[in-house]
Write a protein that binds this ligand. Structure first.
Ligand SMILES: [Zn+2]
Length: 464
């Protein structure tokens, strides 16, 4: 089945062109002036931009955390993804059993199988070490799981120690993997939390005040130094502040293969949101925490100049009753924000429209760079031979954030009431319309597991 998307403007990371897009089955076969094609379905995109499907490399669906489970599963979460122009996610599988990684991966594969509307893959988070763990790492890379994650925070739950961290970097490099790091110092956080609770400081804002910027910057610095020592690539997830980003910049200047992302909440929310009256404040609890707004100009510049390479959402939704587990104790509030649907409208409004980044740069940081970093060579651009993952974005059709327009499985929207100028009209994943004018058109299971290729440090220098 062929489709032609006519009349739009194609925005890739490298260039912007007027042209039609011809799709055959799941693949783009031509971009440019395309005449009549017999039997092809025509989609009119006059006045719209055509962007490569966004990729969200940082999501947590159906994930157990703090005695509860994230509110979106692979069905609801990927509906919200598609409504926000996202055509692929890379979710986190957590090592939950001793004796290796495979059984945990199988568990997560089972959760997603037949449920997702857009394509999906996993990073494997290593939370304990045994010889089985190290033996499984190359086997996972062979199965298309070419990225791992470690936590330097969440002591006694997910945190690993420095000796294991260094070994993971060494093993991962050997097998073509990329190690991602949650960079906060778990030891220091535990001390600050204990002190705060001892004083009776229990409100949500203390979540942020007990995880100060220097605690993130220190762990980031450590991660970059370890990567330097192991001569291994490292990717710092959810960089929240200038102090932490500067550690990555310093490492890159020394030649370390250090990369980093930020997340939309660090650009579009700040520490004062945690002071909102209950239940709102708890909705903004995530780690690293929301920072003082004075960081935001620097974070925009870091994206603009490539000091940070990409932006994700760290979608990790919990509804109000789950957040209320910490009503009397901020340390018991499940960490995470509901955000997967909102990256494109927010980045367009405040990035492109306000002149902070170009629309090409938006495509790069939300899709193209992510495809390159996480080994998805058929994603991240609209060109012949690539997967037909396409967002039809209407810059003149406003979008209002609300529980009415949100597909995320929580009873609130963090930006409720805000209106922006542009919106996602349709989202195609491998040639199939998943989302169109406010409705999901696919059944669960349209999304397929995405086998990713090993990390290639040389390719990271490519211009888009
Ligand atoms: Zn996360």
């Amino acid at each position: 089945m062929k489709k032609i998307i006519r009349g739009g403007t194609v925005v890739n990371a490298r260039e912007t062109t007027r042209g039609d897009v011809l799709i055959d089955g799941e693949t783009v076969i031509a971009v440019g002036q395309i005449g009549d094609v017999e039997g092809a379905e025509v989609i009119d995109a006059t006045g719209c931009y055509l962007l490569p499907g966004l990729i969200d490399n940082h999501t947590h669906m159906s994930m157990p955390f703090g005695g509860t489970t994230t509110a979106d599963d692979y069905n609801t979460g990927t509906q919200a993804a598609a409504a926000g122009g996202v055509t692929a996610i890379v979710d986190f599988a957590l090592q939950i059993a001793p004796g290796g990684l495979q059984s945990s991966l199988d568990e997560w594969m089972g959760r997603a199988e037949g449920a997702a509307h857009v394509d999906y893959s996993f990073h494997m988070a290593i939370t304990r070490s045994d010889e089985g763990t190290f033996k499984d790492m190359p086997k996972l890379v062979d199965q298309g799981i070419s990225s791992f994650k470690v936590f330097l925070a969440y002591k006694d739950v997910l945190m690993i120690t420095d000796d294991i961290f260094l070994r993971i970097l060494e093993e991962s490099k050997e097998h073509g993997g990329l190690v991602q790091v949650h960079a906060e110092n778990g030891w220091i956080i535990d001390r600050l939390v204990t002190e705060a609770l001892g004083r009776g400081d229990t409100a949500p804002v203390w979540h942020a005040l007990t995880r100060p910027e220097w605690v993130e910057a220190e762990a980031t610095s450590r991660a970059v130094r370890f990567a330097e020592q192991a001569d291994a690539p490292v990717f710092i997830v959810h960089v929240s502040c200038q102090a932490s980003a500067e550690e990555i910049i310093a490492g890159r200047a020394r030649g370390v293969a250090a990369y980093g992302e930020t997340c939309i909440q660090y650009l579009f929310a700040d520490i004062t949101d945690l002071e909102r009256p209950a239940p709102e404040g708890a909705r903004f609890v995530c780690s690293p925490p929301l920072r003082d707004a004075s960081n935001q100009d620097f974070m925009w510049d870091a994206l603009k100049f490539g000091h940070l390479q990409s932006i994700s959402t760290d979608h990790c939704p919990f509804d109000d009753p789950q957040k209320a587990l910490g009503a009397d104790d901020f340390s018991k509030i499940p960490n995470g924000l509901a955000a997967i649907q909102h990256r494109l409208p927010l980045m367009w409004e405040h990035g492109v429209k306000e002149g902070r980044i170009s629309m090409n740069r938006l495509v790069d940081v939300c899709s193209t760079a992510i495809a390159k970093q996480f080994g998805m060579p058929t994603k991240g651009a609209i060109s012949a031979g690539m997967d037909a993952d396409i967002v039809i974005f209407d810059p003149k059709q406003p979008f209002t954030f609300s529980t009415e327009t949100s597909f995320m499985n929580v009873s609130y929207d963090l930006w409720d009431g805000k209106t922006v100028a542009g919106s996602v009209r349709s989202t195609l994943c491998r040639g199939t319309v998943v989302f169109d004018k406010g409705e999901i058109k696919t059944q669960p299971g349209h999304g397929k597991f995405l086998k990713r290729i090993p990390f290639d440090v040389a390719r990271q220098g490519d211009v888009a």
